[in-house]
Design a protein around this ligand. Structure first.
Ligand code: MN
Length: 509
């Protein structure tokens, strides 16, 4: 819990940053002392600026920016981001200005603080009236991804202190979290933050179901937990006979992510019956090397019979967001089904913090340039073209706030697309040329229509005609993603050359 003692909280922050900095220094040879001095200056500056202010909950205001910065430090973000977290409410709520911050902390910090301030304070009244804000958010993100990370940390602390606000405000803020922030965190594959945002918001948006789920969980959960503790001991003993060092073996409960369990319970095939949720708890093993991961998998399969079709090698075939692990579901004693997840420490960090892990901000200045983040840059390009807010929202709902599927190229590369996407979307996602020259498609070796609805795991092959000049306007109906639609339009326009058209006209006598 947060105390009312800012100095104590700042000491905690210093300690967390110090630990990160020492690790950083080992890698880059930089001097941690400079950064810690800067952090102290930022704290004094924020402390002075917010002096005399209290939050609705009654605690001194500075506790909030401190909590925001602490979260960013725990996410192992760079010092500039942590300082910006300390200063994020200064221009909005105090006499100090953006210029004051620039003078004291330089250009990089002020860019982040200004980014947060610009996101605006628009009240959430449903996605329909939120288009302008979403546009701002995506532009800010593509400019510097750290802005949205600060926003997440800010929102997390606001949710933790939501009880102090009147009920309608609680509902509005929690709903915005579930409908906007959590899906974005998910899309950036920051699973840990997504889960925290959802679980904190859950009880304010669906309070009755929140009570219901807390009532039904304990019984089911404890029975499974006792059983898995037994399995855990068996596995530990068996692995002790090998040379593999186990860094961690732990139970991973879905109860840690209550909201995602809730969504699962609402699926028609589960129909609110918790006994039908098989992966209520999984066993997670963290080992030093990739080779160890495969060795552990082999040992587990020698102990228990694996369930066919449930061995997933996300190490050889990472998910598009970079997620790596081995998953297997086995039949343990008495036919009980148990899921295992096996990974290295690096893979674990990535699974928890996604793009926030191992991100070299100093080199990239927060710019997104990895292949996995291509979608965000394309989205920003595209949203500049679309002036109509309704059309913008329709597509954004599809591109971002929709479940994703993972399909494969014939060479085995993973492509992630929104649910409902078609081979046309796939073709344009891979390359404009592949889209423009496309004449047909095969899914899992079967010829399918270009408007066919793809499913996760499909292997998609695009058949092309090298002489094809332009996309077919009918494809606009088949394409579901903004990327494909805008590329089809561009392709059609390029070929609207009047002389070309003339040449193609058959003269009817
Ligand atoms: Mn704030």
């Amino acid at each position: 819990m947060w105390s009312n003692n800012p100095q104590k909280e700042f000491d905690k922050l210093l300690k967390t940053v110090e630990k990160n900095e020492v690790v950083d220094a080992l890698v880059s040879g930089s001097d941690p002392a400079d950064n810690l001095d800067m952090l102290k200056l930022a704290y004094d500056f924020a402390f002075e600026a917010h002096k005399g202010q209290n939050r609705v909950s009654g605690e001194p205001y500075i506790i909030h920016p401190l909590a925001t910065a602490q979260k960013l430090a725990e996410m192992k973000l760079d010092i500039t981001t942590i300082i910006a977290g300390l200063l994020h409410d200064v221009p909005k709520d105090t006499d100090k200005t953006i210029e004051d911050i620039e003078k004291n902390f330089g250009h990089d910090t002020v860019k982040l603080v200004a980014g947060i301030t610009k996101l605006g304070q628009l009240k959430y009244r449903g996605m329909e009236r939120y288009a302008e804000n979403l546009r701002k958010m995506f532009v800010a993100m593509s400019d510097d991804i750290r802005v949205i990370l600060i926003k997440f940390a800010d929102r997390l602390h606001n949710l933790k202190t939501l009880d102090a606000l009147p009920p309608e405000k609680q509902f509005r803020i929690a709903k915005e979290t579930l409908e906007i922030y959590a899906p974005i965190a998910d899309r950036l594959s920051i699973g840990k933050i997504k889960g925290e945002l959802e679980d904190l918001a859950f009880k304010y948006v669906y309070s009755e179901d929140y009570k219901w789920i807390n009532k039904i969980i304990p019984g089911e959960y404890r029975a499974k937990e006792r059983y898995l503790e037994k399995i855990k001991d068996e596995v530990r003993k068996k692995l002790a006979q090998s040379n593999i060092k186990i860094n961690e073996i732990s139970l991973q409960g879905r109860t840690k992510h209550l909201y995602s369990l809730y969504k699962k319970l609402l699926r028609p095939e589960i129909n609110r019956d918790i006994s039908r949720v098989y992966d209520l708890i999984a066993l997670r093993l963290i080992v030093p090397t990739v080779t160890d991961c495969y060795s552990v998998l082999g040992i587990l399969h020698s102990m228990y019979r694996p369930m066919p079709g449930r061995i997933k090698d996300y190490i050889a075939n990472p998910k598009p967001n970079g997620y790596q692990s081995l998953h297997t579901t086995v039949f343990a004693e008495d036919g009980e089904v148990v899921e295992f997840q096996i990974r290295t420490n690096d893979m674990h960090d990535l699974a928890e913090y996604g793009i926030a892990a191992h991100w070299n901000y100093k080199e990239t200045g927060g710019k997104l340039n990895t292949r996995n983040m291509k979608w965000l840059n394309e989205l920003v390009e595209w949203q500049k073209q679309i002036k109509d807010n309704d059309q913008f929202l329709q597509t954004i709902k599809f591109d971002i706030f929709q479940n994703r599927i993972f399909v494969f190229t014939p060479k085995g590369d993973v492509i992630d697309l929104p649910e409902g996407a078609t081979p046309i979307d796939f073709a344009y996602y891979v390359h404009s040329n592949l889209g423009d020259k496309c004449v047909g498609s095969k899914v899992n070796d079967q010829l399918v229509n270009l408007g066919y609805q793809l499913k996760s795991g499909d292997i998609v092959e695009i058949i092309i005609d090298k002489n094809r000049k332009a996309p077919n306007p009918d494809w606009l109906e088949m394409a579901k993603t903004s990327v494909a639609k805008s590329k089809i339009r561009a392709g059609i326009n390029r070929n609207k050359d009047p002389f070309k058209l003339l040449k193609n006209i058959k003269i009817i006598k």
